[in-house]
Design a protein around this ligand. Structure first.
Ligand code: ASP
Ligand code: MG
Length: 422
């Protein structure tokens, strides 16, 4: 017998039929002899709807009250799912975050989980019940309702799996796993049977939306065995088959792994590039530029400083597009103070990264990437590397071409159909 935590996202519980479908899947795992805890999101679109209601009254909603409103979507789905399970003859009980004392800090709308009271959950499991927990929400030390940030139910699922020392946390979603890249951009994208935790973290950081990045971090910290799988298959497919489906996030890089040089390509158009031109090439300048940005709580990603010539240089970095205006405003002051020539912003960029633990033991990945991009006439504006990732910033209009080109160049395309024997 195993203890399984299953998390179902908004699409998976998006209608009464889908909730009944989830109930059938959960019932199947329960009948196969497992203890099951289910974590659910609100019905798809519901959290947006609730946030819009709040904004219709307060353009900048009070964070505490916003959490009170936004957290209600999940309270609906837990109750409905518990009922759907009962209708199938499976004893079930639902809990809000507050009811299982899913304790968080008090950072409303982006709270961090501190601890979970397992008492009720263990007692219910012992009594043969399925426990259904509301994702996305918790409660702070003073009893205020908190939420964990958009997409936070993934983190709830992983945190509960960690706290309960579950054998596996299964994230059911509307895709059937983690792909080599976004299948909407590259038709030949393949599902990965396994991906290492580090690779998953890099993919999520680059914009892969399959798992919330905080969920991946949490899983890594507590070594939670995590699997991403589809909730859109027939709910009665055999448990053994389902248990081996999807993508498993592993913690060991075993030799048998599909040890490709590059495991995946992720990209996003969420960032903007800022360049400070003609800055004096002397110590303290990078600090003078970035310190006010950091103090304003703006996250900086790729940073490039050119080699100076004749005493001056250019300094570029990326920020989230939503932070571009604020960044430029802050730099207008810095520009004068340090005597820079000009500050320019560009929000028509795309950040794209190759990720693979295989890079650790291979050289030439970057040059192969640059060659493939140059063959297509794609200019690289910025580059940054880590041990298992190479990131470039390019003009956003080349995004799809670049992803397709690199997917092919690194052999990630689906193998061609074998020729028919003649
Ligand atoms: N319902 C919340 C949201 O839409 C949490 C989640 O779905 O994970 O962000
Ligand atoms: Mg989600």
């Amino acid at each position: 017998m195993a203890l399984i935590v299953q998390k179902y996202g908004g699409t998976s519980v998006g209608s009464i039929e889908r909730i009944q479908n989830v109930a059938q899947r959960v019932a199947k795992w329960k009948r196969a002899g497992n203890d099951v805890i289910v974590v659910v999101s609100a019905m798809s679109g519901e959290t947006n709807r609730l946030i819009d209601l709040a904004r219709a009254i307060q353009p900048q909603p009070d964070p505490r009250e916003l959490d009170v409103v936004a957290s209600t979507g999940e309270q609906v789905t837990i109750g409905l799912l518990a009922m759907a399970l009962m209708e199938l003859g499976i004893p079930a009980r639902s809990y809000t975050g507050g009811q299982i004392r899913l304790l968080t800090d008090s950072a409303h709308t982006k709270a961090r989980i501190l601890s979970i009271d397992e008492h009720n959950v263990r007692a219910d499991l012992g009594a043969g019940r399925v426990v259904v927990v509301a994702g996305f929400q918790g409660v702070d030390a003073d009893g205020n309702i908190t939420t964990l940030g958009r997409g936070g139910s993934d983190t709830s699922g992983v945190a509960i799996a960690a706290a309960m020392q579950a054998d596996e946390c299964q994230i059911f979603t509307d895709v059937d796993g983690v792909y080599t890249t976004d299948p909407r951009v590259v038709a030949g994208a393949r599902r990965l049977h396994k991906i290492t935790f580090e690779e998953m973290l890099e993919m999520a950081g680059l914009g892969s939306k399959v798992l919330q990045i905080r969920a991946v971090e949490f899983a890594g910290k507590y070594q939670v065995r995590l699997r991403v799988l589809s909730s859109l298959t027939e709910p009665d497919i055999p448990v053994d088959e389902e248990a081996a489906s999807g993508t498993l996030i592993t913690y060991e890089e075993d030799a048998q792994m599909e040890q490709a040089l590059v495991s995946g390509i992720a990209f996003n158009r969420d960032e903007a590039k800022v360049t400070v031109l003609g800055v004096p090439d002397k110590p303290g300048i990078a600090f003078a530029i970035l310190d006010p940005i950091a103090k304003a709580n703006i996250e900086v990603d790729v940073i490039v400083q050119n080699v100076g010539s004749e005493g001056s240089t250019d300094f570029s970095f990326t920020v989230h597009r939503n932070d571009l205006k604020r960044t430029l405003d802050l730099l207008a002051k810095v520009q004068k103070a340090i005597g820079a020539r000009e500050v320019v912003g560009d929000d028509k960029i795309c950040k794209l990264g190759l990720v693979g633990v295989g890079m650790r033991s291979h050289v030439g990945v970057a040059s192969k990437m640059f060659e493939a991009l140059s063959d297509e006439g794609i200019n690289i504006q910025m580059v940054s590397t880590s041990e298992i990732k190479i990131t470039v910033v390019i003009d956003e209009k080349y995004m799809e071409l670049a992803v397709r080109t690199l997917h092919k160049a690194f052999g990630l395309d689906e193998p061609a159909e074998p020729a028919l024997p003649v």
